[in-house]
Design a protein around this ligand. Structure first.
Ligand SMILES: CSCCC(=O)C(=O)COP(=O)(O)O
Ligand SMILES: [Zn+2]
Length: 218
């Protein structure tokens, strides 16, 4: 069934809300980033940001609805995000996913470059891991990191291979993060938890380095 007018409006309003919240945090530098909310599972349809827009602004031409092949379901002059295929991969691999958000931040880029050698970033014993829905004592998480292939089908295939249901996110080297959740509230919480963990870890490394370089040696 094609998404109804009310379903679209609801998804677009939710996207507006998330978009403006992230924009206030400077999470969309240089028109980067894209957001989606699932509208229908069978057949898959989701609302996604239009490509190349300034995501710090609101306009009547910010979103469109696409199908499982990332094609617009209506006739429109709007182009879906260049990275729509990645959102589609997430929804196809995890049918419980209801929203998927992508941002480029300095912290996620730093972590993606620092740990690209291991193709993953792991962290343990941080309270904010609970923000990812993982509540066990002293939990550890591992976020996969993929190469930033310019060819989006290649990038989407690389992401499809490494994402797991345990950790709702993936880093792209020197590019950004994709995070998802059962709905927009959960996907936002996951993204915020990831960003906290990345910033915490990068700052910890900096502080340790500063302490080492200012500690006198005998
Ligand atoms: C200027 S950012 C380069 C493209 C990108 O990585 C991105 O997230 C935004 O692409 P979109 O087509 O969704 O605007
Ligand atoms: Zn991007």
């Amino acid at each position: 069934m094609t998404a109804t007018f009310e379903q679209r409006l609801d998804a677009f309003r939710r996207l507006d809300d998330v978009k403006m919240t992230f924009a206030r945090r400077d999470w969309f530098p240089g028109t980067s980033g894209n957001l989606s909310i699932k509208i229908e599972s069978e057949p898959l349809q989701f609302a996604v940001t239009a490509s190349g827009k300034d995501k710090t602004k609101l306009s009547p031409e910010d979103y469109l609805v696409v199908d499982r092949d990332s094609r617009p379901v209506d006739s429109t002059s709007l182009k879906p995000s260049a990275e729509t295929l990645i959102h589609a991969v997430v929804y196809k691999k995890f049918p419980q996913a209801g929203a998927c958000f992508h941002v480029h931040t300095v912290w996620n880029n730093l972590i993606s470059e620092l740990y690209f050698g291991q193709r993953a970033f792991s962290i343990q014993g941080q309270e904010l891991i609970k923000g990812l829905g993982i509540w066990e004592e002293n939990a550890s998480i591992t976020v996969p990191i993929v190469e930033n292939f310019a060819d989006i089908p290649t990038l989407a295939a690389a992401i499809e291979k490494v994402i797991t249901p345990e950790v709702p996110g993936v880093l792209i080297r020197n590019h950004g993060i994709y995070a998802w959740g059962g709905n927009d509230f959960e996907a936002k919480r996951h993204l915020e938890a990831f960003e906290f963990l990345f910033e915490y870890h990068a700052r910890l490394l900096q502080l340790r380095q500063a302490v080492v370089s200012t500690t006198p040696t005998n």
